[in-house]
Design a protein around this ligand. Structure first.
Ligand code: TXA
Ligand code: MG
Length: 342
């Protein structure tokens, strides 16, 4: 049985002490972070880490992020911390950013999926940080979803996927960002973005003076051997067929009306209201932060309601909007329909 506990100011110390005890004894606890819920285990206990892969049904060559509660915990886990890494840490930790370093000997191979690097994150969410510090170990935590499903942004999403497979779920409410952290390789002087997130290309460039996207993020062809192994798997996939619609409003509206039936859902923005039955509004087009929070919840809802086709309008790609687009693009398996009426 999985214990689902809502955390409050009154019970938090008791709940987090119990959760830390589960982690220390090799069990699995799902917990909130500001990005998405994580599925945590003792990151230095290979057997516990293996049980994460089993609970999620995750391929074992896809490495995990180690979560720490303060920067001093980073030192034993990595070989070196260069100036680029320090600048990024000083500016964006604690927060929605994961850095990839060369790993030290104490990081088990099962964490790094056979790579000589390790991904580390210092989250801002207080529940996450207290859990890590009470556990007295770095916590390995992928997103707490079944592999291939949208990442969980609410405790209910975790329960839906992992009830019966893990010891405890800490319900800390909805995640404030709603998309996974920006993953940045800092093994070289130029920071390379492996997965876009709330900390954007522009944010990184401003601080580090330089930034690059890993090439799979800007090219539309599938990469067979990406630097971030997670990139080769089909992620965030709703059960129905998702297509992104790009083009002018009139053309898009005509396309939707032509293809719409009872089994179709449409994902849109408030500036582009659509008067049909199964329409989900992510928020204002010009406020991608607001839209990012809702995306995974809406994709899960589309699964629950068993829509066969889902049409999603192209989002604003500024700031976190690029991450929003990246997740939609992956959920769509790369399908974008361009519609121009003139
Ligand atoms: O926001 C987040 O990052 C959430 C919360 C729970 O922290 N975690 C998360 O973990 O999204 P996960 O396992 O679902 O995604 C981790 C990503 C994967 O794409 C993985 O391939 C990449 O980070 N990654 C992990 N270790 C890596 C490494 N050593 N080198 C390159 N990429 C790595
Ligand atoms: Mg994930």
């Amino acid at each position: 049985m999985t214990e689902l506990i809502k955390i409050t100011d009154e019970n938090s110390e008791k709940v987090l002490t119990k959760a830390a005890e589960i982690i220390k004894t090799g069990g699995l606890v799902a917990f909130p972070t500001e990005t998405v819920y994580g599925l945590g285990a003792d990151g230095l206990n290979p057997k516990a880490v293996k049980s994460i892969y089993a609970a999620k049904g995750r391929p074992s060559d896809n490495p995990l992020i180690l979560h720490i509660s303060n920067t001093t915990e980073l030192i034993p886990l990595v070989k070196e911390i260069n100036d680029t890494a320090r600048l990024l840490m000083d500016n964006f930790w604690p927060g929605p950013m994961t850095l990839v370093f060369r790993k030290s000997e104490i990081v088990p191979d099962v964490i790094s999926g056979g790579l000589d690097t390790v991904a580390i994150r210092l989250p801002a969410n207080k529940i996450a940080r207290v859990l890590i510090s009470h556990s007295k170990t770095p916590i390995a935590a992928p997103s707490a979803n079944t592999s291939g499903r949208p990442s969980p942004t609410k405790a209910e999403h975790v329960f839906e996927d992992l009830n019966g497979k893990i010891e405890m779920i800490i319900d800390g409410g909805s995640c404030s960002i709603g998309l996974e952290s920006t993953v940045i390789d800092v093994t070289d002087d130029i920071p390379v973005i492996l997965r876009p997130g709330k900390v954007s290309f522009e944010d990184i460039k401003k601080v580090a003076g330089n930034a690059a996207y890993d090439k799979h993020l800007t090219e539309k062809i599938p990469v067979s051997n990406p630097r971030s192994p997670g990139m080769k798997y089909r992620h965030y996939a709703p059960k129905g067929e998702l297509c992104i619609l790009d083009g002018d409003k009139k053309g898009i509206m005509n396309f939707i009306l032509e293809h719409y039936d009872e089994s179709t859902a449409v994902i849109t923005f408030s500036e582009f209201p659509i008067d049909l039955k199964n329409v989900y509004c992510l928020g204002k087009f010009n406020e991608p932060d607001e839209c990012a929070v809702k995306l995974f919840d809406v994709l899960r809802e589309c699964d629950t309601r068993k829509f066969c086709k889902i049409y999603a309008l192209m989002p604003n790609m500024n700031g976190v909007g690029f991450a929003l687009y990246n997740r939609m693009f992956k959920a769509a398996g790369g399908k974008i329909i361009e519609i121009r009426t003139n």
